[in-house]
Design a protein around this ligand. Structure first.
Ligand code: AP5
Length: 189
């Protein structure tokens, strides 16, 4: 049974929120490239210094760097029996590098742009993430359309993609995700 899952969707769709709940429920590690990069920035590592300005601008870190970060993470023992990817792959070259056989199911969380901007501006007020200003959020949405949205057809064409409406209570959205994965035969403990 497939336990190698990917949550796809625009910034602010709720990938991180849902991934944390789902990974705990399924018993697999939540692998978030955004979290890993923000931790590297906070710790002032070489990686953090390399990515800080790019992240603050809403652009993407290079594919080579991200592929290396994720390869190292997935080589760890806790990922041997499955993982929930959040934020990677984000480009077609990243998906090619991950390889077709590395994903059992992809859930696309769909949320409209204005709801996204409102969620992220609220988070900016609460948490102060440097890429949550209105200009940068709108740039992140453009980058998503240009570089990440092609993955929707990429995974749909491989029969792996399931769509979920991301608007509603967190628990309601989680139930939708669990529902589509159960129908897919993936992700159930
Ligand atoms: P990343 O951290 O992945 O950012 P993102 O995709 O923009 O995602 P967010 O964390 O903003 O949103 P989310 O969908 O996870 O939603 P969340 O649950 O947080 O990446 C950041 C940057 O790192 C990138 O821009 C890039 O520079 C770099 N990077 C990362 N990976 C990369 C890669 N593979 N390649 C290249 N560069 C990479 O929720 C958002 C808010 O909404 C929260 O406040 C939450 O509480 C709220 N919320 C969640 N669900 C709901 C709901 N149902 N109703 C109302 N509010 C909700």
């Amino acid at each position: 049974m497939g336990r190698r899952l990917l949550l796809l969707g625009p910034p602010g769709a709720g990938k991180g929120t849902q991934a944390e709940l789902l990974a705990t429920a399924v018993g697999i590690p939540h692998v978030s490239t955004g979290v890993m990069l923000r931790e590297a920035v906070a710790a002032g590592t070489d990686l953090g210094r390399q990515v800080e300005a790019v992240m603050a601008s809403g652009e993407l870190v290079t594919d080579d760097l991200m592929v290396k970060v994720v390869e190292d993470r997935l080589a760890k023992e806790d990922a041997a029996c499955g993982y929930l990817l959040d934020g990677f792959p984000r480009t077609v070259p990243q998906a090619d590098a991950l390889g077709d056989g590395a994903i059992d199911a992809v859930v696309l969380i769909e949320v409209g742009d204005e709801e996204i901007v409102s969620r992220l501006l609220q988070r900016a007020a609460e948490e102060g993430r440097t890429d949550d200003t209105e200009d940068v959020v709108r740039r992140r949405l453009e980058v998503y359309r240009e570089q990440t949205e092609p993955l929707v057809d990429y995974y749909r064409g491989r029969g792996l993609l399931r769509d979920v409406d991301g608007v509603g209570d967190v628990d309601e959205v989680l139930a939708r995700i669990v529902g589509v994965l159960a129908r897919n035969g993936a992700g159930t403990p």
